[in-house]
Write a new protein. Structure first.
Length: 603
């Protein structure tokens, strides 16, 4: 059996208690121990070399794409690529074949591995439209971990690892780019989170995230493996199953009303050994937190009571929200439901992993803030118009306004390059090596926070994201408006369930602020005379919350706002879908102006 390329991950796995559970499949209860993980990875590496006709030297740096469900098999497949010094390219099974072909072509993948569940999808992808056809490999499902054997040999040095992972950007502003994350970068990202969030062997993570994003792979898979935690896979997300899983260790096993309530073919039962362990760590996107809050009151009484106990801090050590802005009302509602368990917010992206985070101490979980640079991460703010560095302590301009700047990052957690795209790579880095995130923020001291209570890394002024430079910073009449700030205020209104704030062209102001919203049940009858909530109602509601130039001039009510798997909105596409071309935007602007004139004096 071949040895494995030495890395921080394999060294840690080798040190962990071999009898401790590494991975659990939530619905079946099948569990896999740390003692079987490296032997299974070594066997998978051998099969990969045979299937591709490569040896340990010729497979170095090759891209290995795979379609595997969230499971122990996914973990083994990913690690077998790292162990081979190859570059793992996890694919999203939810993508249509055309998008998967784009990734295969762009990455020039040597092989496409697929589990039995996705073998048909893999074959559909391979039928046509490929520049070169990757080797097709059908993976056998691992039903039991390898028996304890002679320890697997680790070869080479960690710093010499040449493999890694390549994730693709969401493509909200251009075609998806391949982000190359070498093994050393992945290890640095995991070590940074380990220090800040204090993962450990006692942690039991419930994993409901897609595994082609940085959130699901680094935060909820590689870092817990580094720490010796247990990862329990439950995918796709089903709100009833999540509540039942939280409740399972605390619910009376004799109760059956919950089993009758939670159907859809995905029920778990209290005799499942996986359900005896309380969930200690849960990291998801804001839409999941909102969905959990919306459904909790309708749970059967035994599940409702047990789940409220399960999400208290005594059991759920850490609850994290990320990948999109967290509405403050959602944060407050979760804290009330969980008897004071405060959601932790952080900021990250495919190219950098996690870069900023609020701290474990409650005083360092500041509403609307993403906290401080994580251990090992350097951050700075640079004025996007003048390219001037905004020094700490100089965050307020002479006129008293907060100075906004682009977040730029540097350190061992930052990606190396976009795959075979030197122009894009050069464009996104400064001459002195800082990565330009494209995210605009302010930095300000928060009373009681940033004193080091969460660690020395969490000191000083905290960062507050205003949005993407291209999509979320609206320049209207010489003023800069944060779309995220306006969205936050809209979402605090009882009439609004979802909101996206965008920029529209304006002859008078250059750009103007527009809101696209999904109304709540109250919003549909909240307007004057019981009519649907309108632009005039919106302006009245926001008058005491926002300065006049920040209040949207246009309001469009829709049935739903499209989001990707991580809860993000492609605003460029949303504007096209809702407003159409420029002429349609101009016509709509006239209508809004007419409404404003009709309502003058009544707002």
């Amino acid at each position: 059996m071949a040895g494995l390329q030495r890395s921080a991950f394999f060294e840690a796995i080798q040190r962990h208690d071999p009898e401790h559970t590494a991975v659990v499949h939530s619905l079946s209860g099948r569990a896999f121990k740390y003692g079987s993980l490296l032997p299974d990875v070594a066997a998978a590496k051998d099969r990969l070399l045979r299937a591709t006709g490569k040896d340990e030297s010729s497979i170095v740096g090759e891209r290995i794409a795979f379609l595997v469900e969230n499971s122990y098999d996914y973990v083994v497949t990913l690690l077998s690529c790292l162990a081979s010094n190859a570059i793992a390219v996890p694919l999203a099974p939810s993508f249509p074949p055309s998008e998967l072909r784009y990734i295969l072509n762009h990455s020039e993948a040597l092989a496409l591995l697929s589990s039995t569940k996705f073998s048909k999808l893999a074959q559909d992808v391979l039928k046509e439209g490929l520049d070169t056809t990757p080797v097709s490999v059908d993976l056998e499902k691992i039903t039991a971990g390898a028996p304890d054997t002679t320890p697997v040999m680790l070869t080479g040095e960690s710093y010499a690892a040449e493999g890694g992972m390549m994730l693709y950007t969401s493509g909200t502003t251009a075609r998806p780019k391949g982000v190359l994350l070498p093994t050393m970068v992945l290890a640095a990202q995991a070590h940074s989170l380990l220090e800040a969030w204090n993962y450990g062997p006692a942690d039991h993570l419930l994993h409901i995230l897609p595994l082609h994003h940085i959130h699901g792979t680094v935060n909820a898979l590689l870092t817990p493996l580094l720490a010796g935690s247990t990862i329990e896979f439950m995918f796709p997300f089903n709100v009833d199953n999540v509540w039942k899983r939280f409740a399972a260790p605390f619910v009376d096993a004799n109760k059956t009303d919950s089993d009758a309530h939670l159907t859809n073919g995905h029920t778990t039962t209290n005799d499942n050994p996986a359900n005896k362990k309380p969930i200690t760590f849960f990291t998801v996107v804001p839409t999941v937190w909102a969905r959990l809050l919306q459904t909790h009151s309708a749970l059967p009484m035994d599940i409702l009571k047990a789940s409220k106990e399960a999400i208290t801090r005594k059991h759920l050590r850490l609850n994290i929200s990320g990948s999109a802005a967290l509405p403050t009302p959602t944060k407050k509602a979760w804290s009330e439901l969980s008897a004071g368990n405060v959601l932790l917010e952080r900021f990250g992206m495919t190219e950098v992993g996690m870069a900023l985070s609020c701290g474990l101490a409650d005083e360092d979980r500041v509403d609307g803030s993403v906290g401080w640079p994580l251990p090992g991460v350097e951050a700075r703010l640079v004025d996007p118009d003048t390219n001037e560095l905004i020094e700490v302590g100089e965050d307020t301009a002479a006129d008293g306004k907060e100075r906004t700047g682009e977040i730029q990052l540097r350190g061992p957690t930052i990606f190396r390059a976009y795959w075979r795209n030197p122009e894009a790579t050069k464009k996104e880095f400064t001459d002195d090596g800082w990565f330009k995130t494209g995210d605009i923020a302010v930095r300000k001291p928060v009373p009681g926070a940033g004193t080091g209570a969460s660690g020395n890394w969490a000191r000083g002024p905290a960062y507050f994201i205003h949005g993407r430079k291209s999509a979320d910073i609206i320049k209207t009449g010489g003023e800069k408006v944060s779309a995220l700030e306006v969205e936050r205020e809209l979402l605090s209104l009882r009439e609004v369930r979802e909101a996206a704030v965008v920029a529209l062209p304006s002859e008078a102001w250059g750009q103007k602020v527009a809101a696209i919203v999904v109304l709540s049940g109250e919003g549909k009858t909240a307007g004057k005379g019981g009519k649907e909530w309108s632009a005039m109602d919106m302006r009245r509601a926001l008058k005491e919350r926002l300065v006049a130039y920040k209040i949207p001039q246009d309001l469009v009510v829709v049935e739903g706002i499209p989001r990707n798997a991580m809860g993000k909105v492609n605003k460029k596409e949303l504007v096209k879908e809702v407003f159409g071309d420029g002429e349609r935007i101009r016509r709509r602007s006239v209508n809004v102006k007419e409404e404003r004139e009709r309502g003058r004096g009544r707002a």
